[in-house]
Design a protein around this ligand. Structure first.
Ligand code: NAP
Length: 222
């Protein structure tokens, strides 16, 4: 990936941080905007960040996401709006801002970080599941539109990953029980997700596009 510029959202911690570190090792030049530099809750902030870019972005990783677990019947408006904006609207807007440059240069690799909850669901995760299913649809739709321009668009759908987000929504006891339900008997480490993303946005990937790859230790196969 030498000479390629990669923009990774959500790179301050967790999966996004591991992806940025992996792409850095692969030789990409990194753009890792903090929330202060580009707040995904604000479309104006996204547009301002795109307008201020001085270098072409070849690789885009839409990683940032939130998961507020609450019953649907009493799901607060604010959480609903913030989940839709962060997980679905912001990746679409950011990608729309960067795609014209990729079309001009006839090169691009885009990876959206989805979730197993885009395919299956669990109580309390309705808005999250809606946004991640939407992200899969966005991935497929964009992939077919831009494929003639050598732009490959994929999604990865992790299961349970050892990050702050997982610990925010599950107690230690929950995690012990969850481990027993995963065929691999453990959570994924962020670096394991990062290695898959690295392949998808490398020049080794020449034909795989429009897919949502589940990486969940076999969880959804049961
Ligand atoms: N952890 C899992 O088990 C799991 C499983 C499947 C899918 N995923 C998906 O993987 C992605 C990363 O998850 P994670 O577990 O690594 O999450 P995490 O540890 O909670 O990190 C989330 C990242 O998103 C950023 N972010 C959130 N809201 C933002 C905003 N408004 N503007 C800018 N940045 C914002 C955070 O930045 P700040 O530091 O500024 O808050 C942080 O860098 C998410 O899309 C999540 O849905 C996670």
């Amino acid at each position: 990936m030498t000479q390629r510029v990669a923009l990774v959202t959500g790179a301050s911690r967790g999966i996004g941080k591991a992806i940025a570190e992996q792409l850095g090792k692969d030789g990409a030049r990194l753009l890792v905007p903090s929330r202060k530099e580009m707040d995904l809750l604000s479309n104006r902030s996204i547009d301002t960040y795109i307008d201020a870019l001085t270098e072409p972005v070849d690789i885009l990783i839409n990683d940032a996401g939130i998961n507020r677990v609450e019953d649907f019947a009493s799901y607060p408006d604010r959480d609903l709006e913030e989940t839709l904006q962060t997980n679905l609207i912001s990746p679409i807007r950011l990608t729309r801002g960067l795609i014209p440059g990729m079309l001009r240069r006839k090169y691009g690799r885009i990876v959206n970080v989805s979730s197993i909850w885009s395919i299956i669901s669990k109580p309390g995760r309705l808005p999250y599941s809606v946004t991640k299913s939407g992200l899969n649809a966005f991935t497929r739709s964009l992939a077919v539109e831009v494929a003639p321009y050598n732009i490959l668009v994929n999604a990865v759908a992790p299961g349970y990953v050892n990050t702050e987000l997982t610990r925010q929504n599950n107690t230690e006891q929950d995690l012990d029980n969850i481990r027993k339900t995963i065929p691999m008997q453990r959570l994924a480490e962020p670096e394991e997700i990062a290695r898959l993303v690295s392949f998808l946005c490398s020049e080794e990937n020449t034909y795989l596009t429009g897919q949502c790859l589940l990486i969940d230790g076999g969880y959804t196969c049961q």
